[in-house]
Design a protein around this ligand. Structure first.
Ligand code: ADP
Ligand code: MG
Length: 696
């Protein structure tokens, strides 16, 4: 096996590539790309087919296509947002292109008579189907752009770099592969097992699939080259997490004793009894907290399974043992919700609480910080503001991280700073993401794992229906009716994976449209581009029912409890993973009224997509849904779930690749036992050299 001793590409800065200056290097760094090797390991998110032109008459909603036609109209619209629209005709039909960002030259370029070829995903616009911000080129006698011969990779981008540019750079990097093979870090048998010759071959193939490549395999992520890399990535995750775990085991944790009396008093004060699962998970936590090594435990529990109360029990135990507790939530609205709950629960027990979020006034913040330092507040609830400097706990003994997938592992580690007794606080992380146990043992190998596998009794299942986009008006009437009856509604706009700008533009357009159709309904909008304070403001108004309808992108706040909302519309659910849909849907069904979720799909739904969505109609169980999701992943349709925070895989997919987990464990253990040097290189390759992972 060719196993180049050189690790050259790992040490070569991207600036050696032609055309990469300081500025571009800084942009690439935002994507985690510093070396040529990083560029090679920035793998395509998916592939699109630009090998043929689709007649305009055959263009279908949401199916990415290349079209070519003559410009028949070209005008600037002065609406709420200025836009340029260009009409194309190819003899089979007409369609409008719409640009929100454009210049005068573009308008002139696309004058009537010009032939334009463009590529985009058609969406519903004011004139019927429209192409928003297509990639385009002018076709004339001098510029006969040939069609692509192979599938085109689609890369994750950031502001300041285009698909085309990144692709050109990748081309340069791949050229280097031929002379400097990246080091093979896995045992030899692995390449053979996946039927590939070398890592170089796999990288080359994935960036530039040959004309014969199967769209289906590549789109599903089942191609052997992808699987080979996913294997390596998961192994790197396992290794880094396992190292964290081993380090943690050598540390001193706060040894606490449980106070059964206070626990009993607390449980008696609740209007309901805990489920068996909640009690069992608390027992597991209790056992950990009584030990002399710091706890690192993940609690998985479906939306609504009552994780907060389990956290409260742990917090009471720590406070009673003389320690402080930090509870971290991903958004201030969620922190506020927890603060209200914890204060109500803990005050009668004589346990002080405070909270810390970015938007407190200077004097409130000063007060909170003093209460923390001087131990007047034993339980502190906050956002990532708690990770910041200036927060000095008197004696931190437990950290609880809610909705942990929203936080990076480095943020989590920052809350493990030692306390005055030189002890590492216990840590509990909570998640609603259904992760099979074996997988959790790989991707979160540093954590022990508990599951709350039971919902509180009496929950009403959410009634889920499938409806066509064509019946949008009927759906809107239903929203109007719900709002008139005093209820509240969520509307989730489609996922646009490659461009957040487009996703936001689309959500803005939807909010405007809905407001125009329903002038009496108060409509709000949240999306990922809002500043945290703006987002909080909108969420707070929705919480207090000042807003009746909340239009949101798929980055909708996690964990928010608005029991009065009992209807959710999800547009184009066929693009989302079932697990993600299940989580979104979990925002409703929290009150006493029956709740509904309307999955409004594009005009055509494949057999497979229908089957997948039917799973949601039939089940309300996160684990069942995740399992079915895996079995039914439809080729070429699902965009995959955008990964945030902790679980950022470049190519691995925790559901799809779960079958590799056992072998990964076995090889990972073996390499670590041998203290194989490749482990270090593997971690550096996939996580960068300077990450905090190794410094638990
Ligand atoms: P999640 O696991 O999604 O964070 P929460 O902790 O927010 O769930 O709990 C959801 C709701 O269920 C809350 O209103 C909470 O008070 C309630 N709840 C929690 N445990 C029980 C229980 N054992 N019986 C009845 N209601 C419960
Ligand atoms: Mg929660």
């Amino acid at each position: 096996m060719p196993n180049s001793p050189s690790n050259l590409l790992d040490d070569t800065n991207v600036t050696v590539l032609k055309g990469v200056g300081k500025h571009l290097a800084a942009t690439l760094a935002k994507l985690g790309i510093v070396t040529v090797s990083d560029l090679l390991f920035h793998l395509p998110m998916r592939y699109v087919d630009k090998t043929r032109i689709t007649p305009i008459g055959d263009v279908r909603l949401h199916i990415h296509s290349v079209i070519q036609g003559r410009v028949t109209g070209n005008q600037i619209n002065f609406g709420k947002r200025r836009s340029l629209s260009v009409t194309l005709d190819d003899g089979t039909g007409t369609i409008s292109l719409r640009f929100f960002h454009f210049n005068a030259a573009q308008k002139t370029q696309m004058s009537p008579g010009a032939i334009v070829r463009c590529y985009a995903e058609p969406r519903r616009g004011t004139t019927g189907l429209e192409f928003y911000h297509p990639e385009y080129s002018i076709v004339d006698d001098e510029h006969q752009t040939p069609m692509e011969e192979t599938l085109s990779p689609v890369y994750g981008l950031t502001e300041g770099i285009s698909q085309g540019r990144l692709r050109k750079l990748t081309e340069l990097a791949v050229a280097q592969l031929r002379t400097h093979a990246p080091q093979e870090l896995l045992p030899e048998q692995i390449n053979r097992q996946f039927g590939i010759a070398s890592l170089s071959e796999a990288l080359d193939y994935l960036h530039f699939p040959p004309p014969s490549a199967s769209v289906e395999l590549l789109t599903e992520g089942h191609h052997p080259c992808q699987q080979r890399l996913a294997f390596e990535e998961l192994l790197a995750h396992y290794a880094v997490r396992q190292e964290m775990r081993m380090l943690a085991q050598t540390e001193k944790g706060p040894t606490m004793t449980a106070d059964e009396a206070i626990t009993a008093t607390f449980l008696k004060s609740l209007p309901f009894s805990l489920t068996g699962a909640q009690l069992r998970v608390f027992e597991e936590i209790k056992t950990d907290m009584c030990k002399a090594v710091p706890m690192l435990r993940m609690v998985q529990g479906d939306v609504g399974s009552g994780k907060t109360l389990v956290a409260a029990l742990a917090a009471i135990m720590a406070a009673q043992a003389g320690y402080q507790v930090a509870i971290v939530a991903p958004t201030s609205i969620l922190a506020e919700q927890h603060f209200a709950n914890f204060t109500q629960w803990l005050k009668p027990l004589g346990i002080g609480t405070t909270w810390l979020v970015g938007r407190l006034t200077a004097s409130q913040k000063r007060q909170a910080l003093a209460d923390i330092t001087e131990n007047r507040a034993q339980v502190v609830i906050g956002t990532h503001a708690l990770f910041q400097e200036g927060v000095n706990f008197h004696r931190l003994g437990l950290t609880v991280i809610d909705e942990q997938h929203r936080f990076g592992v480095d943020q989590r580690l920052r809350l493990r700073e030692k306390n005055i007794d030189n002890e590492r606080p216990h840590q509990l992380v909570m998640t609603a993401t259904p992760i099979p146990r074996t997988l959790a043992m790989t991707a979160y190998a540093e954590l022990d794992y508990s599951v709350i596998d039971e919902l509180p009794p009496g929950r009403k299942p959410i009634n889920t229906v499938l409806i066509k986009q064509k019946r949008r008006i009927a759906v809107i009437e239903r929203i109007e009716k719900a709002c008139k009856e005093g209820k509240q509604v969520y509307w989730v706009c489609p996922l646009v994976e490659e461009s957040e700008t487009l996703e936001v533009a689309n959500a803005e357009a939807t909010a405007t449209e809905l407001q125009e159709i329903m002038p009496d309904v108060t409509v709000g909008l949240v999306h990922g581009r809002l500043k945290p304070a703006e987002k909080d403001h909108v969420m707070a108004e929705f919480k207090t029912a000042k807003l009746r309808l909340l239009v949101a992108t798929t980055v909708i706040e996690v964990g928010v409890d608005v029991p009065n909302a009992n209807l959710m519309i999800i547009e184009n659910p066929e693009r989302l993973g079932l697990a993600q849909l299940h989580q979104l849907r979990g925002r409703v069904g929290r009150g006493s009224a029956a709740s509904h979720c309307v999955l409004m799909y594009g005009d055509k739904l494949s057999q497979n997509a229908r089957e997948r969505l039917n799973v949601l109609r039939e089940s309300n169980d996160g684990f069942v849904i995740a399992q079915k999701d895996l079995e039914l992943r439809g080729p070429g349709e699902l965009l995959g779930t955008r990964q945030t925070g902790d679980m950022q895989f470049r190519i691995a997919d925790t559901q799809r690749d779960a079958h590799m987990v056992e072998q990964i464990h076995q090889i990972g253990k073996q390499l670590m036992q041998e203290e194989n040097a490749n482990i270090k290189n593997l971690i550096a390759r996939w996580f960068g050299k300077n990450k905090v992972y190794a410094q638990v």
